[in-house]
Design a binder for this molecule. Structure first.
Ligand SMILES: Cc1cc2nc3c(=O)[nH]c(=O)nc-3n(C[C@H](O)[C@H](O)[C@H](O)COP(=O)(O)OP(=O)(O)OC[C@H]3O[C@@H](n4cnc5c(N)ncnc54)[C@H](O)[C@@H]3O)c2cc1C
Length: 655
């Protein structure tokens, strides 16, 4: 056994708090150490050359590098030793920067700690064994779940790169919330005008299979090889046959609230979500229709020229395989009825931001005229209340949803553009305009369009005759404020969409404290999850505006393409290994595994049927939870066996 020890000064990062020369000299006395050296930047080209030269000339078979965190340079040094024919897993890194020099001020303490960590690493490295990297094949097909702007962008990007992509959307049309919007800040361009060309591209793209009215119900497998079951609910209208002639709608006797128009308009039981909907086909609402089991009415079927209506359609389970998955199931707005003090549901002219989007839309229930829900008159004073249910940890959401200041400003501007002599008042806590051209948009609203901004907090709303009385505090003057308005618009924040928790558990990804999906790293891996091959796009991870959602989705698509473009993926050698003769099939390891990589398998041994743990190496991340949980010591974490860890510990605290 010949061990080479290499200590890095990292400029003065390490050398200022650790006496590197001293620990290099000490290391020469550690068992099996053939050579011990120091260099200013071990990760630099000359530093790497020093190691390579020694491996060749001194026939080293284990390498210890004392430098920064292995998160930074373990791959660098593994590549160095691999280049000289050594197995990459016989490298041991000692973190004497983040764990020593950066956390110690006293050089004596730092040097002592570095020396004992280094000794432990040398002892451990003598027990290290070469490990094998396994390879798995890749299915070159992607699954995108959720057809809002995030899912649409991700699917289009992947499809344009040449990958077959299935886009699963639970409602009857893709488009998500952006399809409900009238105009978008900060440019005030029409939302449908920029969204619908993308939706049409989805429907026409030869590489995209669009499954509307569908939901993922089961996910199995691992990166490159996910096996997925998708439940496709019946549309009761054959998409290819429907010509959108509209003959079916007037004969339908059932009237329902139109969800797309936030309930401000009616729809029939047979309907199309909105004119630009994709798939471009009518759909029957099975809960409202009188034709689906039992068949009481078939008026739409009777008048349908192309015979597109089929009341006998049944749900289908589609099974398919995918190399990568992008989750883009979006958000909901905070349930406004939870903010009891604001009177939503009891005061008819208190509405939500999304309600206002539909009321002001030229394609909406009032044809773009701003009318009060109570009496269809034009409101002369409109109050927009920011942070309705947000930044209120004691009662509602603790966080800021980023878009509400901007969309309330947009709404106030839109109102002033329609009702020129009207008064728009924005009641805000702080104005947050972090985005390109956002501050200018707000300044324009305040200065040129005379939108009034009042800093304060609204405490309560009351119906007062045909007006709404708003009571609050002006936090700049310290005075209480009482205002009368004709219409109040509540800017509610974003919460995770319904079913996010269930989806997280299907995909085995975790959710954060506010219920949004947790990224692998909020800064450095914002579109990855802890599960290899599962990515996230858009508001499924937290509040975002459209530009951020779109770039996030393109990021997720390109990360997924990194997997889909390979024929084989390498699986790390540091995985868990079961010693079958010691395993008693208790299943504790499977329960401890955060990656669902362990299952119990029934085997026949010594004439007996028994259960033993089986590790799916492609799913194992080498975290060691199973090895710690196993009561029989039947699982070893390759690269971190008990012997190796004990050797490491034995040196700690030695004088
Ligand atoms: C009132 C209001 C006004 C706004 N105005 C602007 C603006 O002017 N400019 C701007 O930049 N941003 C604006 N925003 C923000 C904007 O709405 C979001 O940035 C954007 O819609 C996020 O898109 P998404 O795809 O992440 O989510 P969503 O639009 O929520 O799309 C998610 C999709 O996933 C589907 N889905 C959900 N669960 C499942 C499931 N289990 N299986 C399959 N499909 C599923 C949903 O049906 C939906 O189609 C506004 C937000 C609000 C509330």
């Amino acid at each position: 056994m010949k061990i080479g020890v290499y200590v890095c000064e990292c400029g003065s990062n390490i050398a200022s708090t650790v006496d590197v020369e001293a620990i290099v000299e000490q290391a020469k006395e550690f068992p099996n150490v053939e050579v011990s050296r120091v260099y200013k930047y071990m990760c630099s080209d000359p530093g790497q050359e020093i190691i390579k030269k020694d491996i060749e000339e001194k026939q080293l078979d284990r390498i210890v590098v004392a430098a920064c965190s292995p998160r930074m340079h373990e791959p660098t040094f593994r590549a160095v030793i691999e280049d000289k024919g050594l197995n990459p897993y016989v490298l041991e890194m000692v973190n004497i920067r983040e764990q020593v020099s950066w956390v110690h001020e006293n050089k004596k303490d730092g040097t002592e700690k570095a020396a004992s960590l280094l000794k432990g690493a040398v002892l451990r490295s003598a027990l290290m064994q070469p490990l094998e990297k396994k390879k798995v094949g890749v299915t070159h097909k992607a699954l995108v779940i959720g057809g809002g702007i995030a899912g649409i962008q991700a699917a289009l990007d992947l499809a344009d790169m040449g990958f077959k992509t299935t886009l699963v959307e639970k409602t009857s049309s893709i488009g998500g919330k952006m399809a409900q919007m009238d105009k978008t800040f900060p440019t005030l361009d029409c939302s449908q005008c920029i969204l619908s060309p993308k939706m049409v591209d989805v429907s026409r793209h030869p590489n995209i299979e669009l499954l509307s009215l569908s939901e993922v119900v089961e996910v199995d497998g691992y990166v490159g090889n996910f096996k997925v079951k998708i439940k496709r609910n019946p549309r009761y209208v054959i998409e290819d046959k429907c010509t959108l002639c509209d003959d079916c709608v007037p004969v339908c006797p059932v009237i329902e609230h139109d969800e797309y128009n936030q309930g401000f308009a009616p729809r029939r039981a047979i309907y199309i979500a909105y004119p630009q909907a994709i798939p471009a086909s009518y759909v029957i609402d099975p809960d409202a229709c009188l034709g689906i089991d039992p068949l009481i009415c078939a008026k739409c079927r009777d008048v349908c020229g192309p015979e597109a209506i089929d009341f006998d359609m049944q749900p289908k389970i589609i099974e398919d395989e995918f190399g990568a998955i992008i989750l883009a199931t979006g958000y909901e707005t905070y349930p406004i009825e939870k903010i009891g003090e604001y009177g939503y549901g009891t005061i008819p002219d208190v509405i939500s931001g999304l309600d206002f989007e539909r009321i002001i839309s030229s394609g909406g229930p009032t044809g773009g005229k701003i009318l009060r829900p109570s009496d269809a008159t034009v409101p002369k004073t409109v109050v927009f209340i920011h942070c309705a249910g947000s930044r209120d940890p004691s009662k509602h959401l603790p966080y800021c949803s980023k878009v509400c200041c901007m969309y309330s400003t947009k709404h106030a501007l839109q109102y002033k553009h329609v009702v020129h002599d009207g008064t728009a008042i924005n009641f805000y806590i702080d104005i947050r305009t972090g985005g390109k051209d956002y501050e200018e948009f707000y300044q324009r609203a305040a200065e040129e369009d005379h939108v009034i901004y009042l800093r304060g907090k609204v405490s309560e709303l009351f119906q007062d005759g045909d007006k709404i009385l708003i009571k609050g505090a002006d936090t700049l003057s310290g005075e209480t404020v009482e205002l009368h308005a004709d219409l109040v618009v509540l800017a509610t924040g974003m919460i995770p969409s319904e079913g996010t928790k269930e989806m997280a558990s299907l995909l085995n990804v975790s959710v954060g404290i506010n219920g949004f999906i947790r990224e692998a790293h909020p800064k450095l891996k914002p579109v990855d999850t802890a599960i290899a091959g599962v990515f996230v796009a858009g508001t499924v991870t937290g509040p975002k505006d459209i530009p951020e959602t779109v770039s996030n989705a393109s990021g997720a698509a390109s990360r997924a393409a990194g997997i889909l473009s390979q024929d084989e993926l390498e699986i790390e050698g540091t995985v868990a290994k079961v010693e079958e003769s010691l395993c008693r099939g208790c299943g504790l390891c499977g329960e401890a595994c955060p990656y669902s990589a362990i299952e119990l398998e029934t085997v026949n041994r010594y004439g007996h049927t028994m259960q033993v743990a089986f590790v799916n190496e492609a799913m194992c991340k080498g975290c060691g939870s199973c090895a710690a949980a196993c009561l029989n010591g039947a699982i070893n974490q390759l690269g971190y066996t008990d012997g190796q860890i004990l050797a490491l510990i034995s040196a700690l605290g030695e004088e």
